[in-house]
Design a protein around this ligand. Sequence first.
Ligand code: SF4
Ligand code: MG
Length: 328
Amino acid sequence: MEYLLEVKDLQTSFFTEEGIVRAVDGVSFNVKPGEIVGVVGESGCGKSVVSQSIMRLVAYPPGKIVGGEILYRGQDLLKKSNKEMRKIRGNEIALIFQEPMTSFTPVYTIGNQIGEAIRLHQNVSKQEAQKRAAEMLKLVGIPRAEEILKEYPHRLSGGMRQRAMIAMALSCNPNLLIADEPTTALDVTIQAQILELMKDLQQKINTAIIFITHDLGVIAEMAQHVLVMYAGKVVEDAGIESLFDEPLHPYTAGLINSKPKLNEEREQLDFIPGAVPNPVEMPEGCAFNPRCPKAMDICREQMPAMIEAKPGHQVRCWLYCDERGGKA
Ligand code: SF4
Ligand code: MG
């Protein structure tokens, strides 16, 4: 199997006055070409830091990638020079995130900015770049594309800006798109349209997508493969069906149960009691133990290993592994 991306034992820490925050603490996963991988977890679990690490956009100080490998087509991105990285960003790997206002500069038109992004990576004339920018806007479902190119970002609605940011990200045909909560700020109808659009684009141009969200409903819509993160670690890694049919980690089960199910009357939502732990004072053992209904003595002492409990379905929990790190 040729993977497009292989993340191996990634460790990214923040050196703060309160102490060291291991925001990403030994994360490993793979992405196949054209695959949509979902990354889900509560805010502060480290999922955005994973995306910033892949793009090498972790700012030092206070953040630093302190260990691991990020192999893109077999080459370690952590060994690339800043110049090489600038070529890869946008050209090979693109990032879209929640607030498109921060990816557009307010003082230039949309056409100017998408055109520049195209010209940065492709040797084409200004007119040709504008033509391609208009094509991209049409591809993401923006009507009157030629007029929109002349507009400034603040003149567009939130949904339109999000589409324009996707158009800009896709304008260089990236092999990998990292989408970090791209629809969180949008209302439900527009969110559904953007998700539909991204799935459609993924099929049309076969871009692999890492889709980061706190919303399991969105994961169920989008992803073929899911990583569940908790306190800087992947705690479950499975195919979408296996994960929803039989979530193994008590945290995943809690997340799934806290979603209201369709066709089911519920008076009260189940929720996971407690909060994400303080990142500078992680609990001993499994970081989920203070909130876990199934916690045992060993959970408060030692971190469980990640094991393959079922074919293609990995979990990090003492319910499934023995003390030697084997299958229980
Ligand atoms: Fe719960 Fe223990 Fe599993 Fe952690 S290792 S999720 S505390 S049962
Ligand atoms: Mg985030």
